[in-house]
Ligand binder design. Structure first.
Ligand SMILES: *Cc1c(COP(=O)(O)O)cnc(C)c1O
Length: 386
């Protein structure tokens, strides 16, 4: 193992003003859940995304859970989800006693295949169980084909919950991801494009439902001097301290997106002449990805036998983190019994795919270290000198 400093896949990147907001909370003794930073962060999210309402929560997972509750998902129901994702997309379905119905990806965006979605809906309806919601995911920041997905969702009148945990700052037709469905969810976990150390948000145009999400997220306390409850509640609200980090991070979000897109362009340039390497790429100019993680497919038939695992291990030896793509949920032991629709698009991507270090805080020294490994693995002649 190398004694060089670790290069992370994606690490927290503070902008500078976060401490100001935290200090303010401290000085005014708003060291509590809720407070001015939570309200301010929600306003920032609303105006940045161009959406009516946002509630700041303890995690993206909590946001998905609440969205499904607000859509009335319960025991025995079915919810359609993209199979190619992180488990947090699907876990909340099972918290409610509902069954995930998993759908394959398309090759263009790597996200939910509209054809497989339609097939899933029709087959579940034929079996007498109309799905209660559809959860597409914007993997690694790449927008899903929301125009096709929404058209199908509208046709069958099934609400869409967009998992935009990885896609804050991405857009399709200049409309931000997270604003295309009935609900959108965001995550501010430590490795996301901005972070609050841990946190999430629920977005919607529906003021009443967002108000209800805040109510459910604070233990569902009815309006009474004593503690009175007519609903089961949750402790899912964001704290006023972490929301302070979020307010500072919002000031540098667009810089982070720009930097991640530069890193993506840098990889595309240095690897452009290597046969057998392809990138997750915006299919048309309507798509704008934050390129949270730059992701490649390595086809050993064209690279002279070099696999993504060879590359991953070579990077690891130099203390550089990279990671295989998400293992699809239908291949996970815990979800193996769930219905699945589609082919082997996600399976093959998982087999051959790798996420490369993509942080907005990568230095030119970091990039040089990464390039050196890529050069060695794929032979010096083919890696383009920039
Ligand atoms: C990070 C992530 C989540 C969960 O967010 P948390 O804030 O970690 O709970 C959900 N879905 C996807 C696709 C994610 O990447």
């Amino acid at each position: 193992m190398s004694n060089k400093s670790k290069i992370w896949l994606s690490s927290p990147h503070m902008g500078g003003t976060e401490m100001k907001y935290i200090q303010e909370a401290y000085d005014t003794n708003w060291v509590a859940p809720l407070g001015p930073n939570v309200n301010g962060f929600e306003k920032d999210l609303e105006s940045y995304n161009g959406i009516g309402h946002a509630s700041a929560l303890s995690a993206g997972t909590a946001a998905i859970h609440l969205a499904l509750i607000l859509l009335g998902v319960g025991a025995g129901d079915e919810v359609i989800a993209q199979s190619f994702t992180f488990s947090a997309t699907v876990n909340p379905i099972t918290y409610l006693g509902a069954t995930p119905v998993l759908v394959d990806s398309e090759e263009q965006t790597w996200n939910m295949c509209p054809l497989a979605l339609k097939e899933a809906i029709e087959d579940r309806m034929a079996k007498g169980n109309k799905p209660k919601a559809i959860i597409p995911v914007h993997l690694y920041g790449m927008p899903s084909n929301m125009k096709a997905i929404n058209a199908i969702a509208d046709e069958y009148e099934i609400p869409v919950v967009e998992d935009a945990a990885e896609a804050l700052g991405s857009s399709l037709d200049d409309k931000k991801m997270g604003t295309w469905g009935k609900f959108g969810i965001l995550s501010f976990n430590g490795n996301k494009i901005i972070t609050t150390s841990g946190g999430g948000a629920l977005l919607s145009e529906d003021e009443e439902l967002i108000a209800k999400s805040r109510f459910l997220a604070t233990q569902a306390r009815d309006n009474a001097p004593h503690y009175q409850h007519t609903h089961v509640g949750y402790n899912y609200r964001m704290s006023n301290i972490t929301a302070g980090i979020g307010r500072g991070q919002m000031e540098v979000l667009d810089d982070h997106v720009e930097k991640r897109r530069e890193v993506n362009a840098w990889y595309k340039n240095i690897l452009k002449d290597i046969p057998g390497i392809s990138f997750q790429t915006e299919p048309t100019n309507d798509y704008y990805s934050n390129y949270w993680l730059t992701s490649i497919l390595v086809d050993p038939k064209q690279t002279g036998g070099i696999t993504r695992e060879d590359l991953r291990l070579a990077l690891e030896k130099e203390n550089i983190e990279s990671r295989p793509l998400w293992k699809p949920m239908h291949m996970q032991p815990v979800f193996a019994d769930c219905p699945y629709y589609g082919g082997n698009v996600a399976e093959e991507m998982f087999e051959n795919g790798l996420c490369l270090p993509s942080g907005s805080n990568l230095t030119s020294e970091d990039l040089n270290r990464i390039k050196k490994v890529l050069t060695e693995v794929f032979h010096s002649a083919s890696v383009t000198q920039e």
